[in-house]
Design a protein around this ligand. Structure first.
Ligand code: NAD
Ligand code: UDP
Length: 345
């Protein structure tokens, strides 16, 4: 008989998911990690290997899942633009069919369910900083739409399941988060710049580097998740989780060069389509409802992340860092190294 809380983490072998599994296990929960290993890896859970309260299941959430659980954190979905744009139809399916399957599971078991939504629901925002009441400015037919509209549809489903079936739902709108275990080849700005700086390559700024983002360290974000799950049933969100300190991408590049002591140069490349110009969360609701605000400043977080990538590169020197598996290869448990993803490292 399981006396401890049984918690399902979909996408539990990914960047955020693996940190969340660690945190939940440290609090005594029984954790079931479900992942199809599209962008995640078992190695992200190495520190938990053999843990008696951790189960790892290879499963694609686009298929129904039958488990007995008390809570669900629905994180499964590739998060970086090059990963979610690689198979956009699968990205929409993961967001929509995956949400329906996990909501169905919550309905059958009476579990509370938290959705990892995103600041991308605000698109290229016309309101700054972005409060939860802002409906966004999103292109429905662009290369980012599979992710942005998929996440928006998932939010719709969460609220309809609540209205129609009285489910306990929670929605976190996550802003850019970074830290150890980001995929080294995912093309996100922090991991790209750190690897470029550590390997002496040029740092690739897209556009002029005047676009802004607000970067949250992973431990702060995970703390926000757990607090949100613990809110009373009537609180649903959506709730912004992110660090409100805003930086230009150029500032990030310069800071990473300084912190690594690298002799890399900065080069400028074309800005991707629909790249948002500015992004900063209004976190007043999170502060009021959860008593939450980020505690790790950018420099501290970057130093920890640089140390992680430095160790990773030292281990992998001489070997190729795995690039993105295709969904089919992922299902077979094999990796492929597509030419279009041979970049960054
Ligand atoms: P990640 O790519 O490292 O993790 C996603 C995980 O989901 C991976 O382990 C992947 O293998 C798994 N996955 C993908 N599709 C799946 C499917 N169909 N079935 C089962 N597993 C599947 O990304 P992350 O940064 O850890 O992001 C986690 C969640 O948080 C995502 O939903 C993402 O949209 C959201 N989010 C992240 C950020 C961020 O800055 N990291 C920002 C906003 C939102
Ligand atoms: N970016 C960049 N160089 C890179 C990778 C990203 O200038 O090597 C920019 C990107 O165009 C965007 C910002 O950094 O303006 C953040 O990109 P990321 O993919 O990390 O997150 P998102 O765009 O989803 O917020």
């Amino acid at each position: 008989m399981h006396l401890e809380k049984r918690i399902l983490v979909t996408g539990g072998a990914g960047f955020l998911g693996s940190h969340l599994c660690e945190r939940l296990l440290s609090e005594g929960a029984h954790v079931i990690c479900v992942d199809n290993f599209f962008t995640g890896a078992r190695s992200n859970l190495d520190s938990l290997s053999g843990h008696p309260r951790l189960e790892i299941i290879r499963h694609d959430i686009c298929q129904p899942l039958f488990l007995e659980i008390d809570e669900i954190y629905n994180l499964a979905c590739p998060a970086s633009p090059i990963h979610y744009q690689r198979d956009p139809v699968q990205t929409t399916k993961t967001n929509v069919l995956g949400a329906i399957n996990m909501l169905g599971l919550a309905k059958r078991t009476g579990a509370k369910i938290l959705q990892a939504s995103t600041s991308e629901v605000y698109g290229d925002p016309h309101v700054h900083p972005q409060p939860e009441g802002y409906w966004g400015h999103v292109n429905p037919i662009g290369p980012r739409s599979c992710y942005d509209e998929g996440k928006r549809c998932a939010e719709t489903l969460f609220f309809d399941y609540r209205r129609q079936h009285n489910l306990q739902v929670k929605i976190a709108r996550i802003f850019n988060t970074y830290g150890p275990r980001m995929h080294p080849n995912d093309g996100r700005v922090v991991s790209n710049f750190i690897i470029q700086a550590l390997t002496g390559r040029d740092l690739t700024i897209f556009g002029e580097g005047q676009q802004t983002r607000s970067f949250c360290y992973v431990d702060d974000l995970v703390d926000g998740f757990v607090r949100l799950m613990g809110t009373p049933p009537e609180f649903t969100g959506p709730l912004n989780l992110g660090n409100p300190v805003e930086s230009t991408i150029r500032e990030i590049a310069e800071k990473i060069i300084a912190l690594t002591g690298s002799s890399s140069k900065i080069i400028f490349m074309p800005l991707p389509t629909d790249d948002p110009r500015q992004r900063r969360p209004d976190i007043s609701m999170a502060t009021e409802v959860l008593g939450w605000r980020p505690s790790v400043d950018l420099e501290t977080g970057l130093v920890r992340t640089i140390a992680y990538f430095d160790a990773l590169l030292a281990r992998q020197r001489g070997q190729e860092i795995p690039t993105l598996p295709t969904h089919a290869a992922s299902r077979r448990g094999k990796l492929r190294t597509p030419r279009d993803l041979k970049r960054a490292v």
